[in-house]
Design a protein around this ligand. Sequence first.
Ligand code: NAD
Length: 256
Amino acid sequence: MRIGVIGVAGRMGSLIAEEVLAAGHALSGGTERAGSGHVIPEGVRVFDDVPALAAASDAVIDFTHAAVAAVHAEALAASSSAWILGTTGLSPADDAAVARAAQRIPVVQSPNFGPGVTLLLALAEQLGAALPAAKYDAEILEMHHNQKVDAPSGTAVGLGRAVARGRGVRLEDVMASGRDGHTGPRQPGAIGFAALRGGNVVGEHTVLFAAGAEHIALTHRAFDRRMFATGAVRAAAWTEGKPPGLYSMKDVMGVG
Ligand code: NAD
């Protein structure tokens, strides 16, 4: 398969280019924003713009910036390339542009292309559905490096949403985050969050169901951002022969 990488000199873009080749695909080339200061990986053919890259590719992978998501949506909708979109921070208007493009081409969009986290999300939802909220207290624990500025992490919130979905409730109605001081006893059915910060931890997430007689905990530890690149390439390969539509990493993993 011919796979192109938009923003090929970015941190994710350069890892994705490596993973395209490691998976035995043809790297059609990439684009890079003029004056970005990033160094193009050696041997990568650079195209002038996204339409030119798309014309030479069966799928393009895009981990760039929300500011260009709608522009890319319009360009790719007019192409016959699939679009693997990992950029985060999209506005509702950007999401609408992505959905319009998905009427023309296969689009796989996910805030986390890690195959392991995708499975963890699916399992969290299953456990949420299977274990009664009145008996099993759900807590989500995450740890990240000391430079992370927001908490809880997007993935932790995603896990909370998955448990809430399994329980048929809205996370917003049951979220218990940042406990401190005299908080009173735990509310039945609450989904709790705790965030640790320290060192250079790439990302650790645990979803814990605690009952009087047993605990069940699932933990995912990320050691390297490369897992996102591996997942994105897997998603690109999965689009081969797929009809237009908006797909997620769950669809790619067969747990949707
Ligand atoms: P980075 O800054 O290293 O690279 C960004 C790339 O986008 C560069 O190639 C840069 O030139 C390009 N770019 C930035 N602004 C642009 C603009 N206005 N127009 C065109 N190109 C532009 O960043 P990164 O760490 O590689 O992350 C890129 C994106 O991927 C972020 O949105 C990040 O949150 C997201 N991300 C998603 C996942 C996932 O699994 N979905 C995982 C990791 C990162």
